[in-house]
Design a protein around this ligand. Structure first.
Ligand code: 6PG
Length: 246
């Protein structure tokens, strides 16, 4: 596993550099495999990057977009990850709707939505999908996607997608999430982490090798993991942890 840890000045630079990284990874995938398969992260951090990305010349007609996790709420709900991506990126960039695969939040429950989303992944990508890029964030409790500390979702190894009751962090809604097997078979995972609130969890994840139950993000072991951080989030890291530019 290759790990790169890059620190940039602030949230704006993080968004700009994240958008450039996204462009480069997608371009390379399209050149090599004629398409790019990407999972978008949720929460608030990616929104600024998505807004910048919407103005970049990405070949959206050759890019498939999935969601590494979703809140089990209607797509137009203010806390919907799809809703955020649609407002900031999908709509403004004119991404073809046939290339976007939202979590089926119309299902009877988050558990049923997970089963349906897994079937969608298998139909579109096969039984062992390998994403070209999975974007992830970091919760200040060390969770990523909707893999929350001390939950059953962390132990799911025989499914691509599972569900989880809401963690201790808002919003208090059930979630649908990729499992570790999907995250860890991605060609590249990029974490975007911004703000002082994340500093303690980030230092723990990157320097302490904590148990998965305690800091789930520490167990993302894809072949190539890149942490793109702003100075506030990286403020507690040892200099030796930071590797510089990609
Ligand atoms: C979610 C996200 C989650 C997020 C982190 C960081 O649905 O909540 O996928 O994993 O990436 O909680 O969220 P912020 O970017 O809002 O700090």
């Amino acid at each position: 596993m290759s790990r790169t840890v890059i620190v940039v000045k602030n949230a704006q630079t993080l968004a700009e550099d994240g958008a450039s990284l996204f462009e480069a990874i997608v371009d390379e995938a399209i050149q090599e495999r004629q398409r790019a398969v990407v999972a978008l992260s949720g929460g608030s951090t990616p929104e600024k990057m998505f807004g910048i990305l919407a103005q970049r010349p990405v070949k959206w007609e050759q890019t498939l977009l999935f969601f590494s996790d979703e809140r089990f709420v209607p797509l137009h709900d203010p806390v919907s990850n799809y809703g955020m991506a649609n407002r900031s990126l999908l709509g403004p960039a004119g991404v073809p709707s046939d290339n976007v695969f939202p979590v089926p939040i119309g299902a009877a429950s988050a558990s049923a939505a997970a089963v349906e989303y897994e079937a969608i992944l298998e139909l579109e990508l096969g039984a062992t999908p390998s994403f070209d890029l999975i974007l992830l964030g970091l919760g200040d409790d060390g969770h990523t996607a909707s893999l929350f500390p001390w939950t059953a979702a962390l132990g799911v190894q025989d499914h691509l997608v599972t569900w989880s009751p809401s963690g201790t962090l808002p919003p208090p809604v059930d979630r649908v999430t990729f499992t570790f097997p999907v995250l860890n078979t991605a060609r590249k995972v990029v974490f975007l982490v911004s703000g002082a609130k994340k500093a303690v969890a980030l230092r723990s994840v990157l320097e302490d090798e904590p148990p998965c139950e305690e800091r789930p993000a520490a167990c993302v072991k894809a072949a190539d993991v890149l942490w793109l951080l702003d100075e506030e989030a990286a403020s507690l890291l040892s200099p030796s942890t930071v590797t510089g530019r990609p």
